[in-house]
Design a protein around this ligand. Sequence first.
Ligand code: FES
Ligand SMILES: [Fe+2]
Length: 443
Amino acid sequence: MLQASDNELLTRTGPGTAMGNLFKQFWLPVLLSKELPERDGPPFRIKVMDEELLAFRDSDGNVGLIEPRCSHRGADLFFGRNEEGGIRCAFHGFKFDVRGHCMEMPVIPRDENYERTRARVGIKSYPTREVADIIWAYFGPAQDVPELPMLEMTTVPPSHRFVSKKFQQCNWAQTVEGGLDTAHFSFLHQAIDKTDHLKIMGASEAAASGDPNRMRWLNDSIPKYTILEHEAGLVIGAARQADDDKFYWRITQFLLPSINFSPGTFPGELYHGQTRVPVSDTECWIYCYTWSPDRPLTEVERNRLAGGHTIHATLREDYVPIRNRDNNYLMDRDEQRNVSFTGIKGLSEQDAAIQDSQGYIHDRTRENLGPTDMGIVRFRRFVLEAARALDQGQAPSAATNPESFMVRGGASVAARSVPLADVMVGRFGDIHGRVRDLQVAGE
Ligand code: FES
Ligand SMILES: [Fe+2]
């Protein structure tokens, strides 16, 4: 449970808010590269943390992210012409480059004041980078733009990853909490076996792996949590009873400001992560990525992910999930009775449904939490402290340390007596899951 004031601090990310300022310390995904496919192509309207912006790709392939208002008389540059190195306002022809600099003012006389005026009438722009099929933007102080976070999926060759995005109709924080609350796996994603209620996994990575042991171990509905803190976030380990006096560990990573890595990956399997970017306080984009450190994804895997699998939703052309808040996720009550715990198809959609169902902004003052909620409690504490510290002038060090993001989450089986720190060293070679054998592949 949170105080109302803390819930406000956690969930509000618009201009001037402490949490919005924390987000702006980090590079954020704002578009998929394929949404701006052509040079000099149509500009694209986007909204990030309640700010309306315009993205466009110039003649050299660079991506601009600018305020949409022309500095002459305020026309919307969405209607502008994207031509020869900049976007030209359709009203009177002022032209701006990807950095917001004014290039031409065709209705202003070319007298001795022209250049001075031109230098003065630039518009707001944000730096962008294009890495791993995603266009990233930095909304923080222009004088100290950091390097991009070194997420492992950005360092593998394009053949080794799959990236998608999906629209979600609720506040960013409850979708992060859904990813960190790994206890829900024993319920939300289960299939129904009439002979043994809650016995068989539904559309999960365990079912995909076909490993019956993992499905059975998920019947332990009270995982025991251990949490380790590091510079960029938290290692959240949940231990369920396995066979032979062993624990089945599912270990997720939380990374600032809104990232989680999935907990179910055994060595050799695919890794999954998600980054949330608020559109407003009641909607967000979730960038979803699946990668292998070791090998290209097969065509079968790629097609399966593209069609909606694990964390990837089945999508409309506009990246809104086909099963969404407006149609009750096409829930089927017969299926709920006989086939799956929710009657909703798709792991991603099951997560979205239940996270949306908490409200557009979840009211955390009315909760009754238990020991299996420890991961989300620590997440809240971590981001609230980071936002407060930033308010006091202390920026998060992870924002300027890209390598602090180079970690993995995943699963392991270990003797009950082994603490999480040692499980991490055994599974990843590092207490915080830091990737040591770093091979940076070119784009
Ligand atoms: S309003 Fe854009 S050039 Fe006049
Ligand atoms: Fe889930």
